[in-house]
Design a protein. Structure first.
Length: 273
């Protein structure tokens, strides 16, 4: 069971990596056309090098410290930077925000319509809901999308593309970082589990047919592979729920990351002893 679980996990990981490569093939011509990447770069470029090429155009990147939410107008200031970068200052007006009692709000006016967003704000980190609000604003009203470059510190770097290609680039960077969509990973794992079970049922039923007869072989294998499918499907769903809970906790309590690192180091020290 452990071997099969590892095999399925390895195959799904390979599927995710393969999709990352296809996303690069899709987005690279767009980045060249937008002059984010030079024309002489070929498809053999390492995925983590793409961000470095984009960073060469720093004047076209919105950059800010993710630990910057302390006052009422901080979110409004961030949104204003995005609007200015997109050259939409004449179309997005009345940008306002507030931060009261661990609750953040933001609003702006587009074509006479007031757009608003609100979320829990328990630290000075920019919450994910801010990016959800901004991308809804730009994609739904202007067909634009800000993609976040992968960063090793608390700074965020965002570049502007059209909505379709911006989403492709965002997905590409998330996959490079190993941040796969948990629904997609779980779906692929369950489908591969079912495929493995059906294949195993057919192959081992045929083998058992010559040893104990068709019906005993079919009945025994059907029961085994049915239990196999149910077990691994439930295990996959449970892992997804745990991962989503962990991500939610990390968003609400960023200091947990530091604690996790400390725990990992302590565990390594125990093994060395």
């Amino acid at each position: 069971m452990i071997f099969i679980s590892h095999f399925i996990g390895t195959v799904v990981e390979g599927m995710m990596d393969s999709k990352t490569e296809k996303l690069l093939e899709t987005i690279l011509p767009v980045l060249k056309e937008s002059n984010w990447v030079s024309e002489d770069v070929d498809e053999d470029i390492e995925p983590n090098e793409v961000a470095e090429h984009i960073r060469a155009h720093a004047d076209r990147i919105v950059m800010f410290d993710c630990e910057c939410i302390e006052n009422d107008d901080d979110y409004a200031g961030l949104l204003a930077m995005f609007v200015e970068n997109a050259k939409l200052s004449d179309k997005v007006s009345d940008i306002r925000s507030s931060y009261i009692d661990n609750q953040a709000t933001i609003s702006c006016t587009v074509d006479g319509k007031v757009l608003t967003g609100a979320w829990s704000q328990k630290s000075d980190w920019v919450e994910a809901e801010f990016f959800t609000f901004t991308n809804a604003l730009f994609s739904e009203h202007f067909n634009l999308h800000f993609s976040v470059l992968p960063s090793e510190d608390q700074c965020a770097e965002c570049i502007l593309l059209d909505a379709e290609n911006g989403k492709v680039l965002t997905e590409f960077f998330e996959r490079v970082s190993g941040n796969y969509d948990p629904d997609e990973v779980s779906g692929n794992t369950i489908l591969l589990t079912i495929f493995t079970a059906v294949s195993g049922l057919i192959i081992f039923t045929i083998i058992g047919w010559f040893l104990v007869g068709f019906w005993p072989s079919f009945g025994g294998n059907l029961l085994f592979w049915l239990i196999f499918t149910v077990y691994f499907s439930f295990k996959t769903v449970n892992n997804q729920e745990e991962q989503e809970l962990l991500e939610e906790n990390l968003q609400q309590n960023p200091e947990l990351i530091g604690q996790m690192v400390v725990d990992m180091v302590d565990e390594l020290k125990k093994h060395k002893k």
